[in-house]
Write a protein that binds this ligand. Structure first.
Ligand code: AVJ
Ligand code: FE
Length: 408
């Protein structure tokens, strides 16, 4: 399996030309990725939380067709396509069996991609004049939507690596023995009022409107928790230490027999290797840990005498340039996703509103599979507490200065 992840020069698109180029590049990478898979791999669901790769291709194509041709244009809604590719109409465990054959799927998505690009490259009057096209909003929305699903495709490939080790290339390495964890290296976020959120054309509805919040002040770890620190937690019996776990977290851990992160695989001698979209990778001791649920993140923080940061503490610290190693793993925060004051659902009610249910903690920053175009201080990701495939880790926070604090 070899395919481009993200071009190293990728940046956040600013104007129509940038966004168009980014969208074309998502199209190309997604199709190239699909070409590396067998038809069976393209259609199969490898993980209860993750749809088949082919479904993501179809879903992204339908979003383009729906918004450009059915919502702004006058095409009649295609109810068969909606029933398969709109998540709220399509039970996840039925998607694999309902997907069309590979050739039909690829031909249809390629056709949609070509038409979308030509629509936006030279917008007809009806498209240009539509309110959704103010500041090229619709193009930016569809481009970012595809970028997020491309990230999910990389999670799907990671799941393929894990369940079909024989077809996974990559180092057959013996894992990495762990080094001792380092002590806290924390920054101080002073009490005060801080601006959070964003109002620019690429801001999602849940980032709007920007506003100020009062924070009590906190100490935040300069870096996310590392693999070596996670191994130390495991070696100290952290997974079995119920004093660190919430009741709900302990019940989840027992039900699923969780004793190490999602994409880790045990080798002899208590060592581990991790799986990624391109195959197995040695576990790097100093890299941020990922593949953990919110329950595990909370347990680690309690074990370490710390807590998870609130998303506003993370954003305020990040905007001041105080955090290091952001964007390598999604960082679980303490609070669930909730609307900002004055929230308006946009461009559809279902984008964020269904997830304001108290069951979706926020994650900040982005991971190594996140396109640079959606890595921003104000971006809010969200998943249920048990979800582990999205390359999430954590950064510790404290209400009082931890030992060995270095203030900026
Ligand atoms: C915010 C990443 C959880 O992937 O389901 C994609 C983003 N919303 N299509 C997801 C999203 C609609 C969403 N996450
Ligand atoms: Fe989507």
């Amino acid at each position: 399996m070899r395919f481009p992840l993200y071009p190293s020069e990728a940046v956040a698109p600013r104007d129509r030309a940038d966004a168009l180029q980014a969208l074309a590049s998502h199209h190309g990478r997604a199709r190239a990725l699909a070409e590396t898979l067998t038809e069976a791999q393209l259609r199969r669901q490898y993980h209860p939380e993750l749809s088949p790769v082919g479904w993501h291709l179809g879903h992204c194509a339908l979003m383009e067709h729906h918004w450009v041709e059915e919502r702004v244009g006058e095409a009649a809604p295609d109810s068969a396509l909606h029933a398969l590719y709109f998540p709220e109409l399509s039970p996840k465990d039925e998607r694999a069996t309902r997907l069309p054959a590979r050739d039909a799927l690829m031909a249809w998505t390629t056709g949609v991609h070509e038409r979308t690009l030509s629509r936006f490259a030279d917008p007809p009057g009806w498209l240009n004049a539509h309110p959704l096209m103010a500041d090229d909003y619709l193009l930016h929305f569809l481009e970012q939507h595809f970028a997020q699903h491309h990230e999910t495709l990389l999670y799907c490939l990671t799941a393929i690596t894990a369940s079909e080790p024989a077809s996974a290339p990559g180092p057959d390495g013996d894992g990495t023995p762990y080094s001792a964890p380092t002590g806290p290296d924390a920054i101080h976020l002073a009490p005060g009022r801080y601006r959070v959120g964003a109002d620019h054309v690429r801001a999602y509805d849940n980032e709007r409107p920007s506003h100020t919040v009062q924070l009590e002040g906190a100490w935040l770890a300069r870096r996310p928790v590392t693999n070596a620190q996670w191994l130390a937690f495991m070696a100290a019996g952290g997974y079995g230490d119920d004093t660190c776990w919430s009741n709900e977290g302990a019940a989840w851990r027992e039900r699923n027999r969780v004793t190490y992160p999602w994409n880790w695989h045990p080798l002899e001698g208590g060592r581990f290797i991790s799986s990624g979209p391109l195959g197995y990778e040695p576990l790097q001791p100093d890299a941020p840990v990922s593949g953990i649920s919110h329950y595990e993140a909370e347990a680690f923080a309690r074990w370490a005498g710390a807590r998870l940061p609130h998303e506003f503490e993370w954003e305020a610290a990040d905007r001041q340039g105080l955090l290091t190693d952001t964007g390598r793993v999604w960082e679980w925060c303490s609070n669930p996703l909730a609307p900002y004051p004055g929230f308006r659902p946009f461009p559809y009610d279902g984008y964020s509103m269904p997830w304001f249910d108290g069951e979706h903690p926020v994650l900040r920053g982005g991971c190594r599979f996140t396109h640079p175009g959606i890595k921003r201080s104000s971006f809010r990701n969200f998943f249920q507490r048990h979800v582990r495939h999205q390359q999430a880790g954590l950064r510790l926070a404290w209400d009082t200065p931890p030992s060995e604090v270095k203030t900026p």
